[in-house]
Design a protein around this ligand. Structure first.
Ligand code: MG
Ligand code: MG
Length: 254
């Protein structure tokens, strides 16, 4: 069941969304060869706690893993798609790192992700990153009242396929509010003109995950990290969008 948010609730949600956006901006400045994902994680946690919020992912038990997630951020490198566990691994020149951050503030969740190029990357990495970002923006353009959720999903898949990339089907975006994951599920693929009608008060986290190779995934033995089965690279961006009578309002960009 979709939970509609009032204008006042969306204002409160904006604060949680702004916080995760700020964390990502801060982390972006630290990304360079040699830094460990653990260092990025510590920085993110410090910022969240300093804002009287709490890290949303830490301790989270997923639908696959019963092992609580140990990090504040998910740090997923190259063939890792999402849910990478921060640790002692150092970033290397040419890596793609995807960072996902969640925080709970004043009873509501913020959730956003960005992919970054570490130092000099090859042209295909640049194209993958740009296409994933474009796919997110295309899907946001569809977030207008009267459209259907399928229009959002379709926009992601269209942009991916027309650039020679695939979309991940096993992980999806979601509604967000007092719970991190609410209805509806926001698929990264599918036909137009299907699914629920978009109405004022719906807030969704759209999160395209695009792969260089095919869409199949595997879970590593750590029970969290999702990787491409063919071990080709992947990118992930996520923004929170409120459907308003004036069009899409992107809560996680500042
Ligand atoms: Mg996320
Ligand atoms: Mg999410």
């Amino acid at each position: 069941m979709i939970i509609f948010k009032s204008d006042d609730e969306i204002k409160i949600m904006e604060k949680a969304a702004e916080l995760v956006a700020n964390v990502l901006l801060k982390l972006e400045k630290l990304i360079k060869p040699g830094i460990t994902t653990e260092m990025l994680d510590r920085e993110a946690e410090d910022i969240i706690i300093a804002h009287n919020a709490r890290p949303a992912f830490k301790g989270y038990k997923g639908r696959i893993s019963k092992r609580p997630f140990p990090g504040t951020i998910c740090a997923s490198i190259n063939e890792e798609i999402v849910h990478g566990i921060p640790g002692k691994r150092k970033l290397s020149e040419g890596d793609i790192i995807s960072i996902d951050v969640g925080a709970k503030l004043n009873g509501f969740f913020g959730d956003s992700a960005r992919s970054y190029l570490v130092g000099n990357c090859d042209d295909h990495a640049k194209k993958l990153l740009k296409t994933t970002w474009d796919a997110l923006n295309d899907s946001i353009d569809q977030c207008i009242t009267g459209n259907r959720l399928g229009d959002v999903s379709h926009a992601i898949e269209s942009r991916a396929l027309s650039n020679g990339f695939s979309v991940v089907k096993d992980f999806v975006g979601h509604g967000i509010g007092r719970d991190m994951h609410e209805d509806p599920q926001v698929l990264n693929y599918g036909p137009k003109n299907q699914g629920p009608l978009l109405k004022k008060g719906i807030v969704i986290a759209i999160e395209p995950m695009l792969n260089e190779g095919d869409s199949d995934v595997e879970i590593l033995p750590d029970l969290w990290t999702v990787v491409t089965r063919d071990r080709k690279r992947s990118c992930h961006f996520e923004d929170m969008i409120a459907i308003t009578s004036e069009g899409p309002k992107i809560l996680t960009r500042i």
